[in-house]
Design a protein around this ligand. Structure first.
Ligand code: AVJ
Length: 374
């Protein structure tokens, strides 16, 4: 198999320049140790370069195995959420986005619908130049369409580069955009932008990078900085980034969004265990765990955990791992950071972006911020 399992003490500049060196699994433990207690071990696994579904599957399983061994032997135990997106998890997330309690998606969509023209005008100053929109974690691109329509109102040369780890989602995104907006030039990239920094073709025009959907909230401030730094390394002076962030608000609203009445978020969380049973030969009994959502005000994040309701032993056959869980012991499965204006400013300025505009809903629950590369 074309990868090594060597673990380097990751240093940031090296990570930034890994570029196309596939075949390297590298974590950033050295960089992040001590900074985050739920270390997201950033592994470089370039799924996009592995042509066949079989190879992709083998690599995914390898990465999963590694993550499970790391996370379930650590204390407190944890599993990184972005490692677990598969068709079922994506489907459950799509359902979450329609729940009455889960306001971020519809709030962001409303802001886009109200301000797409202003956002495009602020990002695309020289209208004579072609415009390229590059979206990290594009998913099915349902909200992006609003921005692309606005882009087409000011330019007849618009390209869209959706980047996603999931080829099926990307396919759907391209079909949706191609049928609704055939004028847009599509250049999809299958890539896990977390584990493998994006490399864009040079472009004679202006680029607007999109990192929306509050996806950045899954990452600690340090990890988010790395992701943004990698992205900005692909931009030129004057190019822009549109960042979508969910804001700090009252605790009850936040908690309800991550612990809905229909139990969809619980199912989304417990899905990790089913996946481990299915793919790694584990024998988790999901009925012996419960979904917990907490608001950590010090870290400014919602945390999701799976709490063991009883003392139990679980074995994960393909990882050759036995886990003993005490009653009430938890596995930390997700963080969703919530932002303040100050936090957004810091996050953008530290990677060289100057704020050019910010758009919010009337309640101030969500913000779209446009930063320009200095
Ligand atoms: C996909 C990271 C934006 O944090 O709100 C939703 C994921 N997890 N409910 C979020 C999620 C549980 C979501 N993001």
């Amino acid at each position: 198999m074309r990868h090594s399992r060597e673990s380097h003490s990751g240093d940031v500049p090296e990570f930034l320049s890994t570029g196309n060196q596939m075949a390297v699994l590298r974590d950033l433990l050295g960089t992040l140790k001590g900074l985050v207690e739920m270390a997201t071990y950033i592994q470089t696994v370039d799924i996009g370069h592995f042509a066949t579904a079989d190879e992709r599957e083998a690599l995914t399983r390898e990465a999963l195995t590694r993550e499970v061994r790391r996370g379930l032997t650590a204390r407190p135990r944890s599993l990184s959420p972005w490692m677990f997106y598969d068709a079922e998890r994506s489907r459950l997330f799509e359902r979450i986005t329609t729940l009455p309690e889960y306001y971020p998606t519809r709030t962001e969509r409303a802001i886009l619908a109200g301000h797409a023209d202003a956002i495009i005008a602020a990002a695309h100053c020289d209208r004579s130049l072609p415009l390229r929109l590059v979206e990290l974690g594009a998913g099915t691109a349902s909200k992006t369409r609003i921005l692309l329509e606005a882009a087409l109102r000011v330019s007849d040369d618009v390209a869209y580069v959706p980047v996603d780890v999931c080829p099926d989602a990307l396919e759907l995104a391209c079909q949706n955009i191609a049928s609704a907006l055939p004028e847009v030039r599509l250049q999809p990239i299958v890539r896990n932008y977390v584990t493998h920094p994006l490399q864009l073709e040079s472009f004679d025009g202006s680029t607007l990078a999109l990192y929306i959907g509050t996806s950045i909230g899954n990452f600690s401030p340090q990890e988010a900085e790395l992701i943004l730094r990698n992205l900005c390394s692909q931009l030129q002076t004057g190019d822009a980034l549109l960042l979508g962030t969910d804001m700090v608000k009252d605790r009850r609203t936040l908690l309800a969004a991550y612990d809905d009445n229909d139990g969809i978020t619980a199912a989304f969380n417990l899905n990790i265990l089913h996946r481990l049973n299915r793919e790694l030969g584990a024998n988790f009994d999901a009925a012996c765990f419960r979904h917990r959502a907490l608001w950590n005000s010090i870290e400014s994040r919602i945390e999701m955990h799976l709490e063991s309701t009883q003392e139990q032993h679980v074995s994960i056959e393909h990882v050759d791992l036995d886990v003993h869980l005490t009653r009430r012991e938890t596995i930390h499965t997700e963080n969703s950071y919530k932002f303040t204006d100050q936090r957004i400013r810091t996050q953008l300025e530290e990677v060289g972006l100057a704020i050019r505009g910010a758009w919010k809903d009337s309640r101030g629950w969500y913000t779209l911020t446009l930063g320009c590369l200095r």
